[in-house]
Design a protein around this ligand. Sequence first.
Ligand code: C2E
Ligand code: MG
Ligand code: MG
Length: 624
Amino acid sequence: MKTDINFYRFLNTQIIVVLLLTLTTGAGYIYMGFIYNTLLPSIVWYTTMTLVSIWGYRLHKEFVDSDLTLEEKIAWYPRAKLFLFIYFSLWTVIFLVNVLSIHIEMHYIAIATQLGISVVSATLLVSEKKLSRITLITLMAPLFIYFLLINDFYSYLLAIFTVVLSGVLIYASTNTYNYLLKSRYQAYSDYLTKLGNRRYFINLLEESIKSQKKENDFKYLLLIDLDHFKNINDSLGHDIGDKLLFEVSKRMSFHSDKCNNSIARLGGDEFCILSNSFTTKEEALKRAEDFSKQLLRDIKAFYNIEEHHLYISASIGLSIMNNPELEANIFLKEADIAMYEAKSQGRDGVIIFNDELSKKVASKLEIERHLHFALQKNEISLMYQPQLNAKKEVAGCEVLVRWNNEKLGEIGPDDFIPISEQTGYIIELGYYIIEESFKTLCDWDEKGLDVKQMSINISMRQFFHSSFIHDVENLCSKYLSKKLSSKIVFEMTETSVAEDIDKLISSMNILKGLGIRFSMDDFGTGYSSLSYLRQLPIDELKIDKSFIMGLDDTKDGRVMVKTILNIAKNLNLTIVAEGIEEESQQEFLIEEECDILQGYYFSRPIHKDAFEEYLQKSYKLNCA
Ligand code: C2E
Ligand code: MG
Ligand code: MG
């Protein structure tokens, strides 16, 4: 941790206490001087004290009123210390004047005052270890010499007493100083990494913003969050997690010290770094990027912790500070937004905060606000996209949700589903989607429309919610017969599968007991391994549309799709290809024995009524 502003504040308070304490008592010397013939030196001394006091008072006012920048405070600090030293030392002057007097009463007063002022200095200068010791010696040494010069048994005893008292005062003030340091340390430092904590960093940031000039003064702020750190805590325990955090922090502070940057741990696996000033924005950016890249490299080098070989990466958000009118929290927020963007862009990278990001966040908040009332306002509707078999007969449909907000217009599920997952709204929304889909399937059955399967997208957050299984059981028994239940397919994306595999499997098995089947959606885009595929009780695989789009481009694209089709066949899974837009794609997939085809080539997602018409037409076509 660097400069401690709190000690400056403390010292400033002491200036005013010293002035009040000593100027009032010092006036007594003029009266004593009048009685015991030392009026002139007393007046000269008191005038000097008053002049020095004016300097002290101005120093105090400068600190309180001028809203000093960090650099100005750093410059103020030694001046304040010098003032206090001179001010205390002046008491030795009046001590010498008085002990030279022929009146023994003046000697008594001089001794008592010198002892008193020594105690005062040791108490008030407690935050300044060195200054307090030097001042104490300056005050006590003349007293000690005075006792020695009396050259009597009792005066030797008093000289020894002076030394003992000095020792006691130094001991007491050192103890208090250590206590001050300790409590300051506890308040401002992080127990695990020994770096500064959030409080320390916010203080530092505020001071540094205050001291920033409007022009030609740019600093960078980095927010660093370790990637998937939770996995290490969960799999290897918190002890290993703590040790890893300590090692990471060591590497980061080594690197920061080299560039004279300040670093703190904000909490958990989140760290913050603040740079020095640069004269241009370009320079600050360039240095920040170089620094961050090196930092990422350092963090990624492997760790050996209790015989575990660990690797970890980090995501960094970068914000450039050059507006002294903004608050510390705003810059931190900017870096935070950029850091989240780095996470969502695949982690292990640096993102610089910009206006576009800020707009993105604002729009997300706007969506979040309106989404909350979407169901209440009847803004949510369902679309059905036909799925066809190789004979071009309708084999089923996929239910796709739509949201049309009066202010924001049409918003795609790719935008609002992730937000509803984050806010938890997906529980309510997901329930509505399942209920409406079941009602539709039941309605079609009553109308004699035979739809072989109905696929419903299920978000993992929804799937793992405590009431999910119960809700589905209830909805099944309310709307669907056993035969209709077995037409339901729940689509899950593989990105989310990795969460809690055992719980996932047991919940899937309960639902399979109702006849519901499972499909692995967007296959090939997430990070589920083939072993997941074998473990999970899934029935169907959906090749992601990106692979279908890649069919026309290269031979590799076709090889990829063939490979996925083979995997599905070998695992005995039904295979669905989505995103078919071209005839050639359709032909290739039929040739390769893909079971179910879906895409704009056949139909876009359509309303319930339109789907019914589509179905009727398809029946007629097939009969003809
Ligand atoms: P998904 O489940 O992979 O859905 C397929 C997406 O591909 C749909 O986009 C569909 O309209 C689109 N699509 C279908 N055929 C083609 C084609 O030939 N070309 C192109 N370019 N696109 C095609 P949509 O409806 O915008 O849905 C996007 C994603 O939002 C879905 O991807 C799914 O992950 C999610 N989603 C949609 N509805 C729901 C829902 O009811 N619940 C949940 N949890 N997620 C949903
Ligand atoms: Mg889907
Ligand atoms: Mg998909």
